[in-house]
Design a protein around this ligand. Sequence first.
Ligand SMILES: [Zn+2]
Length: 239
Amino acid sequence: MSASQPSVKIARRIFWAQLLVCLVPSCSSVSGGTPRKAKGWQASLGSVPNSKITPRQLTKSINVRRSYIPRGRYGRRKYRPMKPTYITIHSTQNYTGDAWAHAKALRRGALRGGTIGYLCWHFTVQEDVAVQHIPTSERGEHADFDGPGNRKSIAIEMCEHRGNSQARTLDRTAKLTASLMYHHKIPLSHVVPHYHWPRKGYSTPHKNCPHYLLENGRPGATWAWFRHRIGQHYKRIAV
Ligand SMILES: [Zn+2]
Protein backbone atom coordinates (compact mmCIF):
# COMPACT_ATOMS: atom_id res chain seq x y z
CA MET A 1 0.00 0.00 0.00
CA SER A 2 1.52 3.31 -1.05
CA ALA A 3 1.61 6.28 1.30
CA SER A 4 -0.80 8.25 -0.89
CA GLN A 5 -3.69 5.76 -0.68
CA PRO A 6 -5.02 6.77 2.75
CA SER A 7 -5.13 10.45 1.77
CA VAL A 8 -7.06 9.54 -1.41
CA LYS A 9 -9.55 7.66 0.76
CA ILE A 10 -9.84 10.65 3.10
CA ALA A 11 -10.34 13.00 0.14
CA ARG A 12 -13.14 10.74 -1.18
CA ARG A 13 -14.78 10.70 2.22
CA ILE A 14 -14.63 14.49 2.42
CA PHE A 15 -16.13 14.70 -1.08
CA TRP A 16 -19.06 12.46 -0.12
CA ALA A 17 -19.56 14.28 3.16
CA GLN A 18 -19.70 17.61 1.34
CA LEU A 19 -22.13 16.21 -1.22
CA LEU A 20 -24.33 14.93 1.59
CA VAL A 21 -24.30 18.33 3.28
CA CYS A 22 -25.39 19.87 -0.04
CA LEU A 23 -28.36 17.52 -0.29
CA VAL A 24 -29.93 18.59 2.99
CA PRO A 25 -32.54 21.36 2.72
CA SER A 26 -30.29 24.05 4.20
CA CYS A 27 -27.78 23.59 1.36
CA SER A 28 -28.88 26.78 -0.40
CA SER A 29 -27.59 28.82 2.53
CA VAL A 30 -24.28 26.93 2.40
CA SER A 31 -23.92 27.55 -1.33
CA GLY A 32 -24.94 31.22 -1.06
CA GLY A 33 -28.42 31.13 -2.67
CA THR A 34 -31.65 32.22 -1.00
CA PRO A 35 -32.28 29.89 1.96
CA ARG A 36 -35.51 27.91 2.01
CA LYS A 37 -36.99 29.78 5.00
CA ALA A 38 -36.33 33.16 3.33
CA LYS A 39 -38.01 31.83 0.17
CA GLY A 40 -41.02 30.95 2.33
CA TRP A 41 -41.18 34.45 3.83
CA GLN A 42 -40.76 35.99 0.40
CA ALA A 43 -43.58 33.83 -1.01
CA SER A 44 -45.99 34.79 1.76
CA LEU A 45 -45.11 38.53 1.69
CA GLY A 46 -44.64 39.05 -2.03
CA SER A 47 -42.19 41.58 -3.43
CA VAL A 48 -41.82 45.07 -2.01
CA PRO A 49 -43.64 47.39 -4.45
CA ASN A 50 -41.58 49.74 -6.61
CA SER A 51 -44.00 52.63 -6.15
CA LYS A 52 -42.84 55.61 -4.10
CA ILE A 53 -44.10 56.34 -0.59
CA THR A 54 -43.74 59.41 1.62
CA PRO A 55 -41.96 59.10 4.98
CA ARG A 56 -45.29 59.84 6.66
CA GLN A 57 -47.10 57.09 4.74
CA LEU A 58 -44.36 54.64 5.65
CA THR A 59 -44.56 55.57 9.34
CA LYS A 60 -48.34 55.12 9.26
CA SER A 61 -48.05 51.66 7.72
CA ILE A 62 -45.74 50.50 10.54
CA ASN A 63 -48.33 51.23 13.29
CA VAL A 64 -45.96 52.42 16.02
CA ARG A 65 -47.57 52.64 19.47
CA ARG A 66 -45.80 54.29 22.39
CA SER A 67 -45.73 52.58 25.74
CA TYR A 68 -42.80 54.34 27.41
CA ILE A 69 -40.95 53.24 30.51
CA PRO A 70 -41.61 56.12 32.96
CA ARG A 71 -38.88 58.77 32.79
CA GLY A 72 -36.48 58.42 35.72
CA ARG A 73 -37.48 54.79 36.45
CA TYR A 74 -35.97 51.35 35.74
CA GLY A 75 -34.30 51.30 32.29
CA ARG A 76 -34.63 55.11 32.17
CA ARG A 77 -33.58 55.77 35.76
CA LYS A 78 -30.56 57.69 34.43
CA TYR A 79 -31.05 60.13 31.57
CA ARG A 80 -28.55 59.02 28.94
CA PRO A 81 -28.91 60.91 25.66
CA MET A 82 -27.84 59.18 22.44
CA LYS A 83 -27.24 60.19 18.85
CA PRO A 84 -27.97 56.91 17.03
CA THR A 85 -25.65 55.88 14.20
CA TYR A 86 -26.58 52.17 14.06
CA ILE A 87 -29.70 50.01 14.23
CA THR A 88 -29.43 46.66 16.04
CA ILE A 89 -31.85 43.81 15.27
CA HIS A 90 -32.69 41.22 17.94
CA SER A 91 -35.30 38.52 18.45
CA THR A 92 -36.92 37.90 21.84
CA GLN A 93 -36.53 34.08 22.05
CA ASN A 94 -39.64 34.37 24.19
CA TYR A 95 -42.25 31.97 22.87
CA THR A 96 -45.10 33.19 25.09
CA GLY A 97 -44.81 36.98 25.47
CA ASP A 98 -46.07 39.35 22.78
CA ALA A 99 -44.95 42.97 22.23
CA TRP A 100 -47.44 44.29 24.80
CA ALA A 101 -46.22 41.81 27.42
CA HIS A 102 -42.65 43.03 26.85
CA ALA A 103 -43.83 46.64 27.16
CA LYS A 104 -45.53 45.83 30.46
CA ALA A 105 -42.44 44.05 31.80
CA LEU A 106 -40.20 46.99 30.86
CA ARG A 107 -42.60 49.54 32.41
CA ARG A 108 -42.56 47.56 35.68
CA GLY A 109 -38.77 47.08 35.75
CA ALA A 110 -39.20 43.30 35.57
CA LEU A 111 -36.27 42.65 33.21
CA ARG A 112 -33.02 42.98 35.15
CA GLY A 113 -29.50 43.28 33.74
CA GLY A 114 -27.23 45.63 31.81
CA THR A 115 -25.03 48.34 33.30
CA ILE A 116 -27.80 50.10 35.26
CA GLY A 117 -29.58 47.04 36.56
CA TYR A 118 -32.46 47.04 34.07
CA LEU A 119 -32.72 46.02 30.45
CA CYS A 120 -34.35 48.32 27.95
CA TRP A 121 -34.57 48.78 24.20
CA HIS A 122 -36.43 50.98 21.76
CA PHE A 123 -39.02 48.87 19.88
CA THR A 124 -40.65 45.44 20.07
CA VAL A 125 -42.26 44.37 16.80
CA GLN A 126 -44.89 41.73 16.13
CA GLU A 127 -47.08 41.00 13.11
CA ASP A 128 -49.50 43.90 13.61
CA VAL A 129 -47.69 46.56 15.67
CA ALA A 130 -44.35 48.08 16.71
CA VAL A 131 -44.42 49.08 20.38
CA GLN A 132 -41.92 51.78 21.40
CA HIS A 133 -40.49 51.67 24.92
CA ILE A 134 -37.95 54.54 25.03
CA PRO A 135 -37.24 57.54 22.77
CA THR A 136 -34.65 57.00 20.01
CA SER A 137 -32.70 59.89 21.55
CA GLU A 138 -31.92 57.80 24.67
CA ARG A 139 -29.59 54.80 24.90
CA GLY A 140 -30.76 51.32 25.73
CA GLU A 141 -29.39 48.23 27.52
CA HIS A 142 -29.72 45.37 25.08
CA ALA A 143 -26.44 44.46 23.36
CA ASP A 144 -22.97 44.88 24.84
CA PHE A 145 -22.99 46.63 28.25
CA ASP A 146 -20.96 49.86 27.81
CA GLY A 147 -19.99 49.00 24.23
CA PRO A 148 -20.97 50.90 21.08
CA GLY A 149 -23.99 48.66 20.46
CA ASN A 150 -25.71 50.15 23.50
CA ARG A 151 -24.17 53.61 23.24
CA LYS A 152 -24.88 54.20 19.54
CA SER A 153 -27.71 52.02 18.30
CA ILE A 154 -31.47 51.93 18.17
CA ALA A 155 -32.60 48.44 19.20
CA ILE A 156 -35.46 46.49 17.69
CA GLU A 157 -36.66 43.19 19.19
CA MET A 158 -38.74 40.88 16.99
CA CYS A 159 -41.40 38.79 18.75
CA GLU A 160 -41.41 35.01 18.57
CA HIS A 161 -44.59 34.11 20.48
CA ARG A 162 -46.73 31.29 19.13
CA GLY A 163 -49.34 32.33 16.59
CA ASN A 164 -47.38 35.41 15.53
CA SER A 165 -46.49 35.52 11.84
CA GLN A 166 -42.73 35.50 11.45
CA ALA A 167 -42.99 36.80 7.87
CA ARG A 168 -45.21 39.76 8.77
CA THR A 169 -43.04 40.53 11.81
CA LEU A 170 -39.95 40.60 9.59
CA ASP A 171 -41.61 42.87 7.05
CA ARG A 172 -42.87 45.30 9.71
CA THR A 173 -39.35 45.31 11.21
CA ALA A 174 -37.85 45.97 7.76
CA LYS A 175 -40.22 48.93 7.27
CA LEU A 176 -39.46 50.32 10.73
CA THR A 177 -35.73 49.98 10.09
CA ALA A 178 -36.05 51.77 6.72
CA SER A 179 -38.00 54.58 8.36
CA LEU A 180 -35.42 54.95 11.16
CA MET A 181 -32.60 54.94 8.56
CA TYR A 182 -34.33 57.82 6.79
CA HIS A 183 -35.06 59.92 9.89
CA HIS A 184 -31.64 59.42 11.50
CA LYS A 185 -29.53 59.31 8.31
CA ILE A 186 -28.24 55.81 9.07
CA PRO A 187 -26.82 53.80 6.12
CA LEU A 188 -27.85 50.19 5.45
CA SER A 189 -24.27 49.13 6.28
CA HIS A 190 -25.00 50.27 9.86
CA VAL A 191 -28.01 47.95 10.24
CA VAL A 192 -26.58 45.00 12.15
CA PRO A 193 -27.66 41.88 14.04
CA HIS A 194 -27.01 41.73 17.79
CA TYR A 195 -24.27 39.25 16.80
CA HIS A 196 -22.25 42.23 15.49
CA TRP A 197 -21.50 43.59 18.99
CA PRO A 198 -19.08 41.45 21.04
CA ARG A 199 -19.81 41.15 24.74
CA LYS A 200 -16.63 41.59 26.76
CA GLY A 201 -15.75 38.77 29.15
CA TYR A 202 -18.11 36.21 27.59
CA SER A 203 -16.84 32.84 26.36
CA THR A 204 -19.14 33.36 23.36
CA PRO A 205 -18.83 37.12 22.83
CA HIS A 206 -20.94 37.14 19.64
CA LYS A 207 -24.50 36.25 20.58
CA ASN A 208 -26.53 34.04 18.27
CA CYS A 209 -29.17 36.74 17.89
CA PRO A 210 -31.49 37.11 16.05
CA HIS A 211 -31.02 33.33 15.85
CA TYR A 212 -33.46 32.62 13.04
CA LEU A 213 -31.79 35.13 10.73
CA LEU A 214 -28.31 33.64 11.26
CA GLU A 215 -26.65 30.51 9.86
CA ASN A 216 -24.70 28.47 12.42
CA GLY A 217 -24.82 31.51 14.69
CA ARG A 218 -23.39 33.89 12.09
CA PRO A 219 -24.82 36.32 9.51
CA GLY A 220 -25.11 34.62 6.11
CA ALA A 221 -27.62 34.31 3.29
CA THR A 222 -30.72 34.69 5.50
CA TRP A 223 -29.42 37.90 7.04
CA ALA A 224 -28.51 39.11 3.53
CA TRP A 225 -32.09 38.47 2.39
CA PHE A 226 -33.48 40.47 5.32
CA ARG A 227 -31.09 43.38 4.75
CA HIS A 228 -32.00 43.42 1.07
CA ARG A 229 -35.68 43.69 2.01
CA ILE A 230 -34.89 46.64 4.33
CA GLY A 231 -33.06 48.29 1.41
CA GLN A 232 -36.08 47.77 -0.86
CA HIS A 233 -38.39 49.49 1.64
CA TYR A 234 -35.85 52.30 2.03
CA LYS A 235 -35.65 52.85 -1.74
CA ARG A 236 -39.39 53.51 -1.87
CA ILE A 237 -39.12 56.59 0.35
CA ALA A 238 -39.62 59.81 -1.59
CA VAL A 239 -40.06 63.25 -0.03
ZN1 LIG B 1 -30.20 40.12 21.00
